[in-house]
Write a protein that binds this ligand. Structure first.
Ligand SMILES: Cc1cc2nc3c(=O)[nH]c(=O)nc-3n(C[C@H](O)[C@H](O)[C@H](O)COP(=O)(O)OP(=O)(O)OC[C@H]3O[C@@H](n4cnc5c(N)ncnc54)[C@H](O)[C@@H]3O)c2cc1C
Length: 417
C-alpha cells in the first residue's frame, strides 16, 4: 500500500454552508485532515432555509443558457461550472440517496422538496470520512503568528492549519450566520472586495395605506415588466410578482433585481412599466373597453371585457385619478404601460442573496487569494450574483469544489516534497 502524503496535512474550512461542506468533502477525500468551523450551533442553516422553498438545487436548461445567468460574472463562474455542471451536481445528489426531478420551467428539486434529508446524509458521510465539525466557532481573523483566531463560548482560541478555505457566505439573513462581518478581516489584509449589496431582493414602492391594506401579499400574475437600465438597454420580462406591504418582490422582480438595483443606485429611483395584459395589445384593449357597458360599473366592464380584476384593478385605481380611470384611452394606455416608481431595495438582510464580495482579481484561477498563499475562498462570499432558479446553489457547490481541489493541488505542489 502506498503512503498518502497528504494525510499529514491539515485544512481549516471556515463556514459550513454548501460551499464549505463541498470543500471539506474534496479535501477529506484526498486524505487531508479536515476541521470545519462555523459560528452557528449547527451548519447549513441557510441551506435548510432554502429547503423551505423546495430546494431548487439547479436548473436543467441547456448549459450554454445556464451560464449566461451569471451576467457580468459569467467569465469567472463558467470555468467552475464546466468542472461541476448541473448534471454532475444531480449525480452527486443522487449518490447521497436523494432523487431529483425537473419541475416546471426546468428547475431541479429533490423529490422530497426539502434540504434536511440531503444535509443529514451529507454530514453523515463527511463525519465518516473524518471531517471534524466545530460549531459555535466565530472566526476573528489571524493573530500575529498567522494562526486562525476563533471565539468559542466567549473564549478566544487559535488554530493552525496548512491550508484554509473561507466559505463565509454573503451578507443576508444574519441570524442564520451569514452576516458579512468577515469583510474587514480581509480588507485589512489588502484583499479587494466589492461592497455587499442586496440581490434577489424586494423593492420599495410608496403605496397608499388603502392599497397596502387591501393588496399586500397578493400576487400579480402574468404581467410584463419593462424598464430602461442604467446602460440604456431595455430590460423586459414576463412573469409573476408579489405585492408586499412595502413594495414588490417575487420571481419576476428577482430575475431583474441586478439591473434594477444598479439603475436605482445610479439614478436614485427607477421607474418600471407594467403591462397588465401581455396577451392583448393596445388596439385590442382599446376595442374591448369601447364596447357598450350599459349600467355596468367601469370595474365590472374591465373584468368582463379585458379580464382585469382584483390587484390589477387596484393598481389602476391606485395610480389613476377618477377621471383618468373613466377615460377609456387613458385607461387602456395605463393597462398596457402602468408606471411604478421603485425608490430603494429592501434591506440587505432580507435578500435571498447578496452581490459583491471577494473580487476574482484578488484570487488565482484555483480561487487562492494572491495576497495570502494557502488561503482559498468559495461560495456566495465571492463577487458574483445570479437570479433564483438554482443558479445560486449551483455556483456555491461548484466554487466549493474548485477551492477544495485548488487546495489539494497547492498542498501537493508546495508542501509535499
Ligand atoms: C430564503 C432563501 C431561499 C433560498 N433558496 C434557494 C434555492 O432554492 N436555490 C438556490 O440555488 N439558492 C437558494 N438560496 C441561496 C442559497 O441558500 C445560498 O446562495 C447558499 O447557501 C450560499 O452558500 P455558501 O456556502 O456560500 O454560504 P452560506 O450557506 O451562507 O454559509 C456560510 C456559513 O458561514 C458561516 N459563517 C459566516 N461568518 C462566519 C465566521 N466569522 N466564523 C465562522 N463561521 C461563519 C455561517 O454561519 C454559514 O454557516 C436561498 C436563500 C435564501 C435566504
Amino acid at each position: 500500500m502506498t503512503e498518502n502524503k497528504l494525510a499529514s496535512f491539515s485544512a481549516a474550512i471556515i463556514g459550513g454552508g454548501p460551499a464549505g461542506l463541498m470543500a471539506a468533502e474534496i479535501l477529506s477525500q484526498a486524505g487531508v485532515q479536515v476541521g470545519l468551523y462555523d459560528t452557528m450551533p449547527s451548519v447549513g442553516r441557510k441551506f435548510l432555509l432554502a429547503g423551505k422553498g423546495g430546494l431548487n438545487i439547479t436548473h436543467a436548461e441547456p448549459f450554454a443558457n445556464f451560464v449566461t445567468r451569471y451576467g457580468n460574472s459569467q467569465a469567472d463562474i463558467e470555468p467552475l461550472l464546466n468542472d461541476f455542471n448541473p448534471q454532475m451536481l444531480r449525480a452527486w445528489v443522487s449518490e447521497l440517496g436523494i432523487t431529483t426531478f425537473v419541475g416546471s420551467s426546468q428547475r431541479v428539486f429533490p423529490l422530497e422538496m426539502k434540504a434536511a434529508p440531503l444535509l443529514r446524509a451529507w454530514l453523515h458521510r463527511l463525519r465518516a470520512a473524518g471531517v471534524k465539525i466545530h460549531t459555535r466557532h466565530r472566526w476573528l481573523g489571524w493573530d500575529t503568528k498567522q494562526a486562525l483566531r476563533f471565539n468559542h463560548l466567549e473564549t478566544e482560541k487559535t488554530v493552525t492549519a496548512d491550508i484554509v478555505v473561507l466559505a463565509l457566505g454573503g451578507g443576508s439573513w444574519a441570524k442564520l450566520g451569514s452576516d458579512g462581518r468577515w469583510l474587514p478581516l480581509l480588507t485589512e489584509r489588502n484583499i479587494a472586495i466589492a461592497p455587499l449589496q442586496a440581490a434577489n431582493c424586494g423593492f420599495i414602492v410608496a403605496w397608499s395605506d388603502v392599497f397596502r391594506e387591501r393588496f399586500a401579499a397578493e400576487p400579480l400574475k402574468s404581467v410584463t415588466l419593462s424598464f430602461t437600465d442604467v446602460s440604456g438597454k431595455l430590460q423586459q420580462k414576463n412573469g409573476e410578482l408579489m405585492l408586499t406591504e412595502s413594495g414588490v418582490e417575487g420571481s419576476l422582480i428577482y430575475a431583474l433585481s441586478a439591473p434594477l438595483r444598479d439603475t436605482l443606485n445610479a439614478q436614485g429611483s427607477v421607474t418600471v412599466y407594467l403591462d397588465l395584459t401581455p396577451d392583448k395589445d393596445l388596439a385590442r384593449v382599446t376595442k374591448e373597453l369601447s364596447r357598450p357597458r350599459g349600467s355596468k360599473s367601469m370595474s365590472n366592464h374591465l373584468r368582463s371585457k379585458v379580464g382585469i380584476s382584483g390587484a390589477k384593478s387596484g393598481l389602476l385605481r391606485e395610480f389613476l385619478s377618477a377621471s383618468e380611470f373613466a377615460d377609456q384611452p387613458k385607461l387602456a394606455a395605463a393597462i398596457k404601460s402602468l408606471p411604478l416608481e421603485l425608490t430603494s431595495t429592501r434591506p440587505i438582510d432580507e435578500a435571498i442573496s447578496t452581490a459583491g464580495g471577494v473580487c476574482f482579481s484578488a484570487m488565482d484561477a484555483k480561487l487562492m487569494l494572491k495576497n495570502l498563499p494557502g488561503v482559498f475562498c468559495a461560495g456566495e462570499m465571492l463577487d458574483w450574483e445570479a437570479p433564483t432558479g438554482g443558479y445560486l446553489l449551483s455556483a456555491a457547490f461548484a466554487s466549493g469544489r474548485a477551492a477544495g481541489l485548488g487546495a489539494v493541488n497547492w498542498l501537493q505542489t508546495e508542501k509535499v516534497n
